[in-house]
Design a protein around this ligand. Structure first.
Ligand code: GRF
Length: 194
């Protein structure tokens, strides 16, 4: 069985879309794959309860617990890696996971670590993507699924979803329509990689 581990920090709607698609499309029988764990760096991430509702094992590795370490980021990444590796993952899926990962972490999962970013990369890496797309007067926005490399929001583009910007769009209204497309695209990319 190919194990999928999903990392979240918040609402986990992309994670839920992948879990629901895996169940609806019977990935276990058809692709020999299953979402075996959802891991959060935040104990209060709403997505943890969603994962539990779907019968998925959840774990928390709180980044705040490593603040006093001499190298907090590396110490957190090492603990996270150990937790992930207990699940022997075929694929590690970042779904709204709001931590920058160290080069050692990224190298360890090279070729099996993917992310979804709410812009049409290479435009608008980083945060506030929808605000910046509106400020720039873009006529199209969207989201990108990409391989994760040590450079933030770079790495090979695997898929993109394009959403037209409407005349009266706010960052929130645009984000809502982009997110709806993320929920279609991300499960498709995961299934294709399996
Ligand atoms: C999504 O917009 C995703 O593109 C970005 O963070 C958001 C996560 O939303 N990386 P959710 O936690 O999947 O609901």
């Amino acid at each position: 069985m190919k194990n999928i581990v999903i990392l979240i920090s918040g609402s986990g709607s992309n994670m839920a879309a992948i879990v629901q698609t895996a169940q609806a499309e019977q990935w276990a029988q058809r692709l020999g794959a299953r979402v075996c764990a959802v891991i959060s760096n935040r104990p209060d991430a709403a997505g943890l309860a969603v994962a539990q509702f779907h019968g998925i094992a959840t774990e928390v590795v709180a980044h705040t617990a490593f603040a006093a370490e001499p190298h907090p980021r590396e110490a957190f990444d090492a603990a996270l890696m150990a937790t992930i590796d207990r699940h022997q993952p075929h694929l590690v899926v970042l779904a709204g996971f709001m931590r920058i990962l160290s080069p050692g972490f990224v190298a360890h999962y090279s070729g099996r670590l993917i992310n979804i970013h709410p812009s049409l990369l290479p435009a608008f890496t980083g945060l506030r993507t929808h605000e910046r797309a509106l400020e720039a007067g873009c006529k199209f926005a969207g989201a990108t699924v990409h391989q994760v490399t040590s450079e933030l929001d770079h790495g090979e583009i695997l898929a993109q979803a394009v959403v037209p910007v409407l005349a009266n769009d706010t960052a929130d209204s645009l984000a809502e329509r982009v997110l709806a497309q993320e929920h279609v695209m991300y499960p498709r990319v995961v299934a294709a990689l399996l």
